[in-house]
Write a protein of this length. Sequence first.
Length: 424
Amino acid sequence: MTDTIFVNARLIDPAAGLDAPGSLLVSRGVIADHGGALAIPEGAEVVDCGGAVLAPGLVDLRAALGEPGAEYRETIDSAAQAAAAGGITTLCALPDTQPALDDAALVQFVVRRGEATGSLSILPYGAATKGCQGKEIAEYGLLREAGAVAFTDGTRAIANARTMRLALSYARAFGSFVVQHPEEPALAAGGAATEGELATRLGLPGITPAAESIMVARDIALARITGGHVHFAHVSTADALSLIRKAKQEGIRVTCDTAPPYFDLNETAIGDFRTYAKLSPPLRREEDRLAVVAALADGTIDAVASDHQPADPDDKRLPFAQASAGGVGLATLFGITLARVHAGDLALPQALELLTVKPARLLGLEAGTLGHGRPADLVLFHPERAWKVEAGKLPGKAQNSPFDGRALEGRVIGTWKAGRRVYG
């Protein structure tokens, strides 16, 4: 493989506190050196970055893939294309597929399919319970050996407290953790939007925000009892974030992520029954959105994930209450997160930290850094370059973006996986 040297770049590596102009050398798929003015090796490919930012490839902590079982929504290949366009080089896939990833052979299949794309490392979650049905604990040891990075039932909450207690204990025994969809199912059943004035005015069945905080409070208590590590996905309410912040201060093993809709949109985005903005959890009130922004800034939130949930057009072209919940997020993860930088809520290195080294450390990965000897998974972007989200023109198969029509600043112009250019 020919060496590649990136010149005239702004290098940002949150893991090392690096933010400086310079060059970076890639040799045999790994980062060989970086610094202010590196000599150009003979025969090396030269990439002139023109002052753009060169950073570690993004690590997406949470995405649903249609494969296996729902390839009509998204395939691993189409998801890989969207991820590359969004600067994502490592992705954690949810296990609530058809069939669920509760078998070692299925976990290995997804890992191999990711390797076959040549552009994306796919790290599957193992099913926390068999079939992701919330009843019987899956075989954690076998799933870990096969490559499962942690355990979850994906978009389904583990509702039974005893089952969740066992899951936390077993995951701890295998050096792992449990990812919970924090929504009390009995309180959320049949709901389509956040309970309140807007849902009432639109005639939509409501979901109380307390459905999230009640589940968070319960699982924090179970983490305290077991010593296990619970990770809450797509946290979206002020009350839940307050509970998580307090639990962290007490030393309980709790982490969390959120997704761009919960810090960029509020419940008014559902507008006149706009089903692309029907998500799970639902979009919240403005005060909750502001609380999520504050939690990103103060470190309560450990990572920003795409929460990619592809849907077929027929799943969205239904009355709001019957339409499928979820939105695509691979191509927009980066741009929407950068919007918080342009708004002054986060510094650029801080935003990149939430997308790279923080999720990588949570999973114990070597990704998310420009460190010497680390895989040359890289993203090159212009922080100020403008573009517009247009459903129907996004990379990938699914187009159900809640950000359709949104103007953004900050565009990926190149993505490299193990030193090989895969986008741009």
